[in-house]
Design a protein around this ligand. Structure first.
Ligand SMILES: O=C1O[C@H](COP(=O)(O)O)[C@@H](O)[C@H](O)[C@H]1O
Length: 221
């Protein structure tokens, strides 16, 4: 891990710590929506070390692969192993999977649980892939149009470029937050973001659905 990425993770953890603390001054619980993938691991570790009243913090994911929660592909496993550690284990974590065999069968149960969280979220932290996807809003998702337009909280998605079916919060639900942050690293993602900023077709680069939020960008080489 480069020094710049470690520093970025620390700065992001401090900003999220401040945001949750600020909101917890005037509400009982505060919701943090995090992304999976490889980028957030140092941020998760840095945030877990912060002195928050963790039992009042709710955490969920922007999206999930429909896999067993012990699978290395599970974003929930990533959160459990790197964020819900030490004092942060007291946070209420709401995963996005269920016992159902497919996301289409499970989406209504997961939605019911997700709707019981403290919306609007204090912070939604988005990641971005090299194809401009964010959460599981992929350019080639068969349900991309639905996920961009629906007022339902969650959508089951099938994506030809991805090995597993997934579930994702809809763009509408991810918009329901006090603060939006994009956490990305590397020159390739900087170039994708620059391309996204120079156009407006969300189906080509779904991250564009969040470029008018406003969106705080945390980037390091
Ligand atoms: O598939 C996913 O990828 C993106 C980006 O992941 P990264 O490994 O390039 O950081 C992530 O934001 C999303 O939550 C995840 O499901």
């Amino acid at each position: 891990m480069s020094d710049a990425r470690t520093q970025l993770a620390e700065q992001l953890a401090e900003a999220v710590f401040q945001a949750l603390n600020d909101d917890l001054e005037h509400q009982e619980n505060a919701l943090l929506v995090v992304s999976g993938g490889s980028t957030p691991v140092p941020f998760f570790k840095a945030l877990a070390a912060k002195p928050l009243p963790w039992e009042r913090v709710e955490i969920t994911l922007a999206d999930e692969r429909w896999v067993d929660d012990q699978s290395d592909d599970s974003n929930a496993k990533l959160v459990r192993e790197h964020l819900l550690q030490g004092a942060a284990a007291a946070a209420h974590f709401e995963p996005l999977t269920s016992e159902a065999g497919t996301p289409e069968e499970g989406v209504s149960d997961v939605s019911e649980r997700a709707l019981s969280l403290s919306w609007p979220a204090s912070v939604v932290i988005l990641g971005m892939g090299g194809d401009g996807h964010t959460a599981s809003l992929f350019p080639d998702s068969l349900e991309l149009g639905l996920a961009l337009a629906t007022e339902e909280p969650l959508v089951a998605v099938r994506t030809p470029s991805q090995p597993q079916p997934r579930i994702t919060f809809s763009a509408d639900r991810l918009h329901q937050a006090r603060r939006h942050i994009l956490h990305i690293t590397g020159d390739d993602k900087r170039a994708v973001l620059a391309k996204a900023l120079s156009g407006d077709d969300m189906r080509q680069l779904p991250i564009r659905a969040f470029l008018s939020c406003p969106l705080a960008i945390y980037w390091a080489p």
